[in-house]
Write a new protein. Sequence first.
Length: 332
Amino acid sequence: MIKKILSLALILGFMMSLYACFSVNAEETTFLTTETTMTTQVTTLTIDESIKTYNYTDFNDLVNQIYVDVYEQIYAELYAEYSETIFIDPEQLELNIYEEIYAQVEAELWAQINTGNITIVMDDFLDQLLNVAEIANHSVIGVSTYNDSEGIALGSGVIYFYDSFANVYYLITNQHVVEGGNNFKVVFANGDEVVATLLGADDEVDIAILSFSGAGLDQDITVSVLGDSDALTQGTIVLASGNPRGYNFFGSMTMGIVAGINRIIDDNTTPYIQHDAAINSGNSGGPLYNLLGEVIGINVSKYAITDIEGMGFAIPINLVKTVIETFAPTTI
């Protein structure tokens, strides 16, 4: 891959704020890119300013380089905290510290990119799209609803939690997908089906929570992380995943932007996310992802009349979390 150059004016303490206990005050930090200059408020330690230029081939390469730069600064304090709180085998302790510092570097860099403080070039944007698609391919499933043996509805769902002790997966879909049914099945991309249990549904919010056993499953399943819909702003890029028009189009993905937030439709009191990612019948219950691969909404409906295009709606994930807490309180 052609190398890209990203120049960052970094206060060293900014990188130390990757670990929250080092944060002591707020300063203005300017990020310089090849395209533009932006100023943001970040929490830092007051340390002499230095300028660092990174030549990198992809996002992981950039994370690895920044990790090397900040490792020694963070290591001592993190080692002390681990060793004071619990005895860990020295080899395991080293592994834990390495993994935690790396995870913090990656999370902070994603956060800065997501807020627009760091400009990324198109190759990195494509990597983000591919990463979200990979998550969706192993996390978004079909939901088939039956009344006895009669099939009455099908839609989409997203797996958001795995209980490794009980070997049980939990998923979110729309209430209208399961309405009128007395038995349910989860459908995978290869056509395999497993029985699902309806844990509860909220018809006002239009959310249902189901679970299914992982026993005997031969599926590569990924759990989707639930994001923060309160942080959404108009213009945010979003990706919708699901099964439009049924399982012949299983796992389709479309892209759009957030067109509006807190939209009220007709007499419904739910404050929907409005977006223009293409959705159709069968997408109901499927996730709306941000570029971090976090679920920030559950798709529920669209305006579908001849003189309207590109008006889809999703239930904010923070509202969905309140339903999850009602019916599956141990899972979040």
